[in-house]
Design a protein around this ligand. Structure first.
Ligand SMILES: Cc1cc2nc3c(=O)[nH]c(=O)nc-3n(C[C@H](O)[C@H](O)[C@H](O)COP(=O)(O)OP(=O)(O)OC[C@H]3O[C@@H](n4cnc5c(N)ncnc54)[C@H](O)[C@@H]3O)c2cc1C
Length: 393
């Protein structure tokens, strides 16, 4: 077997590593190339939904995630000032999933666990400090070129290289959509809010008089996300004094907050025009981006990886490569109709500022939560179970 007889995965983010692990377990030689010197430790994803946990369980990764994360059996949408809320209890999904809860666990944990497992696979290799600058292909093989000028040949290349994917750009695939106007600021504080708000769930989406924020319990403490109105001076926005003032504004306390990390993000909603050109494919953020409200982006990237790995394994074993078009036909509509649209609805709901409209939304959510059939349908959608049962296009 030549060195080119492998799958090359660009990007050691969580999606690339999960995909590589699936391929290695199917005994397909796989090389992961990552531009960073080590795994990224940025904050971003922390919510894992039930079907993703089931998939990760099949890879032997769920137990480690459950150990490191916080199980969140309920989540809520609330009026911060009055405490009125709609409370969603995922136990109504106990007939639909083995994991009727959200897991709050930072995405870096998934990447680390997947990398550890990958290192035990004899047919897998991971190279850090390897930035891909060019990707080309012909009928027989695909080729990547690194910044150092090295050429890496492979039978298949999968771009799991995130929002600015070099693979997507090399293939000249359109990535249409929009960039949301707001900047989201993530704050990790080891101070919990239990004393101030004993009725908060593990995950809360809250309207304030003139804005909105979310809090997610993780280990230890909480992650708080909010949208500063004036972001013209980001240094000022991210200063300790400003972060403290924001936290005090939602939960006043005599002692200052212990803040571990702060990070700003711009967010987009975009879907690649296709996920495949010849021997090159896209998965995860390289293929689709969405509002983080509801925590769906990484989950859907992991779902891409499972779908694609199954098909690549069959093609590797001799099936017609046209099977890979089914990956695009199955996963791209889910990104458009379920992930992007649902997360955009989640975002719009929380962006609502009109008090009457908010009241009507809350009343409708409370009625949904109180009606077991409606509640189950709502949670099947928001927990990403419905999208996976969508018939293929
Ligand atoms: C504020 C925020 C909160 C979020 N919360 C959630 C959540 O709770 N739940 C959820 O499901 N999703 C969430 N997301 C989305 C989630 O973070 C992403 O969907 C996820 O990180 C995508 O993983 P990935 O592996 O596809 O891409 P990435 O994590 O972006 O990884 C891409 C990797 O490719 C590497 N790379 C890039 N270019 C090259 C190159 N040229 N050569 C070599 N390597 C390269 C990068 O260094 C990186 O390691 C959130 C996003 C944001 C912004």
């Amino acid at each position: 077997m030549s060195a080119a007889d492998r799958v090359a995965v660009v990007g050691a983010g969580p999606v690339g590593l999960v995909l590589a692990l699936l391929l290695a377990r199917a005994r397909i030689p796989v090389l992961v190339v990552e531009q960073g010197e080590a795994l990224p430790t940025d904050l971003r994803a922390s919510t894992f939904h039930p079907p993703t946990l089931e998939m990760l369980d099949g890879l032997g990764l769920a137990a480690g995630m459950l150990e490191l994360g916080e199980r969140t059996p309920t989540w809520q949408i609330r009026m911060h000032e009055t405490g009125e809320k709609a409370l969603f209890d995922l136990s109504v999904l106990s007939g639909d999933t083995r994991y009727p809860f959200r897991l709050q666990c930072e995405q870096a944990n998934l990447a680390r666990l997947a990398l550890e497992a990958l290192r035990r696979e004899p047919c897998a290799e991971v190279r850090f400090s390897t930035r891909i600058v060019r990707a080309t292909q012909d009928d027989d093989r695909a080729e990547l070129e690194t910044e150092a000028g090295e050429r890496i040949a492979a039978r298949w290349v999968v771009g799991c290289d995130g929002a600015r994917s070099i693979v997507r750009r090399a293939l000249d695939i359109a990535f249409d959509g929009t960039t949301y106007p707001e900047t989201i600021v993530l704050v990790v504080t080891t101070t919990d809010f239990r004393e101030s708000f004993p009725d908060w769930s593990g995950v809360n989406y809250a309207w304030t008089r003139d804005g909105n924020f979310a809090t997610l319990r993780q280990r230890p403490g909480r992650r708080v996300s909010y949208y500063p109105q004036d972001v013209s001076d980001m240094d000022a926005v991210l200063s300790g004094a400003n972060i403290e003032a924001f936290l005090q504004s939602i939960a006043p306390r005599p002692a200052p907050y212990a803040v571990d990390r702060v990070a700003p993000y711009r967010v987009h909603q975009r879907v690649a025009a296709t996920y495949r050109v010849g021997r090159m494919l896209l998965a995860g953020d390289a293929a689709h981006l969405n509002s983080p409200t509801g925590g769906m982006g990484l989950n859907s990237g992991v779902h891409d990886a499972f779908n694609l790995a199954g098909k690549l394994a069959r093609v590797w074993a001799g099936a017609d490569a046209a099977l890979l078009d089914a990956y695009v036909a199955e996963r791209r509509p889910v990104a458009i109709e379920h992930v992007v649209q649902q997360s955009d609805r989640n975002r719009s709901r929380m962006k609502e500022r009109d008090p009457e409209r908010r009241r009507a939304i809350l009343a409708d959510l409370q009625a949904t939560a109180a009606d077991p059939a409606r509640c189950r349908a709502f949670l099947l959608r928001s927990s990403m179970i419905e999208g996976l049962s969508r018939p293929a296009a």
